[in-house]
Design a protein around this ligand. Structure first.
Ligand code: F6R
Length: 242
């Protein structure tokens, strides 16, 4: 992987945004793989600033990594709403072309296969943005997920629910238990991966992903199987890299 070590998340967001913008400039109909959580926010900020300078994302397509199961439609922390608010509106994407793996009213047991078909029909993902969990998860592929997995229902690890309780008023009981997530095999099909990590809490997971054994024990290690990866980390997240 190509590794950019930056002073902070703002600088890192600018590096990631430049990478994505170059792809969109070459192909205005590029297919973008979108992550949620806090990590990509500075990337969206930087892309929003580039939009003001003329970057046109209106013809791109988007596929989110994951969505909670059983969250009320329109809940502000559903990834549908998060993606609409943080990405579609701010970057001027076309909402009809931005997808999450489980839409309101869809059956979660068949949504995964439908999502895979939709990604293929769109021509595949050109660039997939990824955060990483403290336990090394990417998407919601928790440790133990098959390296070949495709989009499907998964159970969130209690640690992940704890980490995400901050988005649900601090209460772990309000965090959904299940999700539909792109699989590790789905993520590997993207033509480029941009993995972002900020802060000391991610240092161990990032070192394992970049330098450790490729293993389902640390799902982020799949980046080592991919020929085109950009890792952007701040100094704290990069502190365990050797
Ligand atoms: C989000 C996702 C997760 C997050 C990861 C890190 O769509 O799939 O893998 O990227 O949990 O979360 P943050 O960025 O909130 O630290």
């Amino acid at each position: 992987a190509e590794i950019a070590i930056v002073p902070d998340a703002v600088a890192g967001g600018a590096v990631a945004a430049r990478d994505i913008a170059a792809i969109v400039t070459r192909n205005p109909e590029a297919v973008l793989g979108l992550a949620t959580g806090s990590t990509p926010l500075t990337t969206w900020d930087a892309l929003a600033a580039m939009r003001e300078e003329g970057l046109d994302l209106s013809r791109t397509t988007g596929f989110a990594l994951d969505e909670y199961v059983g969250i009320a439609p329109g809940h502000p922390e559903s990834y549908r709403c998060v993606i609409d608010r943080e990405v579609v509106d701010r970057l001027g994407m076309d909402r009809a072309r931005v997808h999450v793996p489980l839409e309101a009213g869809q059956d979660p047991t068949t949504a995964g296969a439908a999502y895979e078909r939709a990604i293929l029909a769109a021509g595949g993902v050109d660039v997939q943005v990824l955060g990483i969990g403290r336990n090394g998860h990417v998407g919601f592929n928790e440790p133990g997920s098959s390296l070949a997995s495709l989009t499907r229902i998964k159970t969130l690890h209690p640690h992940t629910r704890e980490d995400n309780a901050r988005f649900f008023g601090g209460s772990i009981d309000d965090v959904p238990v299940h999700c539909v997530t792109q699989g590790l095999g789905t993520i590997l099909r993207a033509r480029r991966l941009v993995l972002l990590a900020w802060g000391e809490a991610k240092a161990e997971a990032l070192a394992g992903a970049v330098e450790g054994p490729v293993s389902a024990v640390l799902p982020g290690s799949i980046i080592q199987l991919h020929p085109s990866v950009l890792v952007v980390a701040d100094e704290a997240a990069a502190s365990r890299l050797t």
